[in-house]
Design a protein. Structure first.
Length: 131
């Protein structure tokens, strides 16, 4: 690029001051965080936090009777990473075996504050029970 003045760059690229307010793409940022969360969140501590909250909330889960269940071990996936002024709201999808015939499955919503503290917002889920 060759510009005589910096302002020529802004004019040519339609970046005058009124358009600079939309410079940050929140959706792309969320995609980046979801794809790379293990680089900046301690996954072992997050897993322990999720397991503790699942244990504390299973009495609120609906019971679903199944002919069979597939025990695959513990699974957590971050599905949303919403940026707010108070920090981030994380949506965590989980699948946690409770016993040899029961699996808890659902979504947990937690808040990761700006100072790095996790707080539980809500957990919704089901317990799948083999007959």
């Amino acid at each position: 690029y060759s510009f005589k003045y910096v302002s020529d760059f802004f004019i040519e690229n339609n970046l005058m001051h009124s358009n600079l307010q939309n410079i940050f793409d929140k959706n792309k940022f969320e995609e980046f965080l979801i794809a790379n969360w293990t680089q900046f969140i301690n996954s072992s501590k997050l897993l322990a936090y999720v397991l503790q909250n699942v244990k504390e909330n299973t009495n609120n889960f609906a019971i679903i009777q199944c002919s069979t269940i597939s025990l695959k071990g513990v699974s957590i996936t971050l599905s949303r990473f919403d940026w707010t002024p108070q920090g981030f709201i994380l949506w965590i999808e989980f699948q946690v075996p409770i016993s040899s015939k029961q699996i808890a499955e659902g979504t947990m919503e937690i808040i990761l504050s700006n100072n790095g503290i996790l707080s539980h917002k809500q957990t919704l889920g089901n317990i799948h029970c083999a007959n």
